[in-house]
Design a protein around this ligand. Structure first.
Ligand code: PMP
Length: 360
């Protein structure tokens, strides 16, 4: 059996060492005679798995005791409604920055619950840049300011953390959390679907400053109330136990790699290599303003899109999988998350060079 390089945007490639460990522990987790999948979430063994995972995530991301860490379900998409339901409180509205498809989805959902002001948008540029913060129309009385640090589909990424003053900053970090160091203290709430840098799908990590708990609207479903989830250590109901366990293995693996500092250096090197190759070629192109290019998701087009299918077929034959761009934008996209080895980026560049030589 050989493992391919999987460039999928999510569910995404996982560290091979993690998969091997999960395989070894599949039938009998450390002498318990059962798989983690079969354990009661209330058992001492699972509670230990869960608590260790939380502590490792806190260590990796530098999350202080001022924050609760929640392991939730419903995908990052459910957070689009949970955030306004929980954070609007007695305020009438919130501010959002629109930098792409995921921002737009968050905005559309929030509009069901409050008066949403789009403080800035880069839609006019085709989402190829981030609007200068000096021009944002934010409101001092907004309940929060929401933005998407990395737009997974567009490949557009903030290279700064917005200054939101006293207004809590809320960030959809689905495709960037744990890819590099982060100052959590600048945020009111961070959320991330797990299926990119954290683990398998079925899990969403929410990091919320504790003073923001307890403001949920009366009609908020119990399962969507952050306070309830926090009070019950994310076990108000049955959590996604196996995903939580696998996330824990990924956190241990990340620590062994040197944590987010080391990952950040590797990720930057991987991304630079690929963008430098694209920029140096007249066959491939990436439209994003350089400073805002994503380290995680690298969209690119071929000079002639009639060659797209041939490019993808050749890539598949070489074990370079899932390079087809999102259905809404076309072209190609290489997602190069933490677990995608640098050798995979080298192999991709090698194939791209060969294809351009032969077909360009
Ligand atoms: N936000 C971002 C930035 C994403 O990349 C995604 C998924 N690709 C989502 C939200 C939605 O995540 P989910 O499918 O877990 O709801």
């Amino acid at each position: 059996m050989s493992r391919a390089y999987n460039f999928c945007a999510g569910p995404a490639t996982l560290p091979e060492a993690v998969l091997r460990q999960a395989r070894d522990e599949m039938l009998d987790w450390r002498g318990t005679g059962m798989s983690v999948m079969e354990m009661s979430h209330r058992s001492d063994d699972f509670v230990q798995i869960a608590e260790t995972a939380e502590q490792d995530l806190r260590d990796l991301a530098g999350v202080s005791d001022d924050y609760a860490v929640l392991f939730m379900q419903g995908g990052a998409s459910s957070q689009f409604s949970m955030i306004p339901l929980n954070l609007l409180g007695d305020k009438t509205g919130a501010d959002y920055v629109n930098t792409g498809i995921w921002s737009k989805k968050a905005i559309a959902e929030a509009r069901r619950y409050g008066e949403i002001n789009v403080a800035a948008s880069s839609e006019d540029s085709g989402f190829t840049t981030i609007p200068d913060q000096a021009a944002w129309q934010t409101r001092a009385d907004a309940a929060y300011l929401h933005y998407t640090p990395n737009e997974t589909i567009g490949g557009l990424e903030f290279d700064f953390v917005p200054d939101s003053g006293d207004v809590p900053l809320v960030a959809d970090m689905s495709s960037t959390l744990l890819s590099r160091p982060l100052d959590v203290s600048k945020f009111g709430l961070i959320y991330a679907g797990a299926q990119k840098n954290i683990g398998p799908s079925g899990l969403v990590v929410v990091i919320i400053r504790k003073d923001l708990l307890g403001k949920a609207r009366k009609e908020t479903p119990t399962m969507m109330n952050y306070q309830v989830i926090a009070d019950n250590d994310s076990m108000y109901n049955t959590p996604a136990t196996y995903s939580w366990y696998l996330a824990g293995l990924v956190f241990k693996w990340l620590k062994e790699q040197g944590g987010v500092q080391a990952m950040g250096e590797i990720n930057l090197r991987k991304a630079r290599k690929l963008y430098d190759f694209i920029d140096g070629s007249d066959f491939y192109a990436n439209p994003i303003e350089r400073r805002f290019r994503s380290w995680m998701n690298v969209p690119f087009t071929l000079a002639d899109n009639a060659l797209d299918n041939e490019f993808l077929k050749g890539a598949d034959a070489r074990g370079l999988l899932n390079l087809k761009g999102h259905r809404s934008v076309g072209g190609m996209r290489a997602s190069i998350y933490n677990a995608l080895p640098e050798a995979g980026v080298d192999a991709l560049i090698g194939y791209m060079a060969e294809f351009a030589r032969e077909r360009g």
